[in-house]
Design a protein around this ligand. Sequence first.
Ligand code: MN
Length: 321
Amino acid sequence: MSNLDRQATLSVCGGRGFVPGEPVRELLSPRKVKLGESTEVRRLLPNLGRRMIGAWAFVDHYGPDDIAGEPGMQIPPHPHMGLQTVSWLHEGEVLHRDSTGSLQTVRPGELGLMTSGRAISHSEESPAKHARYLHGAQLWVALPGAHRTVEPHFQHHANLPTVQAPGLTATVILGELDGTLSPGTTYSPLVGADLALAAGTEAALPLDPDFEYAVLAMSGEASVDGVPVQPGSMLYLGCGRTELPLRAVSDAGLMLLGGEPFAEEIVMWWNFIGRSNDEITQARSDWEEGTRFGEVKGYDGDRLTAPELPPVALKPRGRVR
Ligand code: MN
């Protein structure tokens, strides 16, 4: 997915100074963002007051949307730099194309992981023949300095490992949970896991006290560390936890995001993550001039044009606004 906001604003984040060293419970509200003509998503990161969770720097939750007889998701070719994108679906399917030649349908329970490294472009669309409902999350992971110019590549993993407890199935999407490792390539210590809870479940999920965590609520009625979480909201949990109490009133779907607090300060603008205003400005002009980001073949439509840069130079700063 792309940040299609035409008034793209600067996001500055990173640096460990703003990460609470102990458990907290901060309920983050989503911001509604229009993607194209018909799709509206709920943006949880970046959020007022909190910009990253470990290396996770961008979280959109969308649906469930009834797209019967409609085009559904149509995100034209657009560039990325300095990050990985994670596509995760609960319902429907997304057809991914990118400038390395990938053509892959991603379905519920499957990981679509695109590593932009120094430069990639991609499109995402609901296939012409698609399921009635589309429901999922689109996430970005910031690449640390040592790896942010790696060769761009795409991975698709249809069989992901799980951690089981009575009434709880945790699918390890990316990184590691309780010693279980996703096959997706990571570049910093982190975790992304899907938590499927059966109605009536009470469970305690083992956590790494060195990570900071948040839980995104996707469906159902559940509480996390005693806090009821509505679908489309996210509860930030801080660091220093060895386990996380979960309770499901109905069948519920959550996503656990966590990681070692990201040490570097980053500059995030539109679909790019860099370290300076100059890098972002260069990436924007390279995309507009048609260099560096390659070409997406087969998408029926024009590519996205970049929004105007903000009038004031972008500066990397701390994790909170
Ligand atoms: Mn994208």
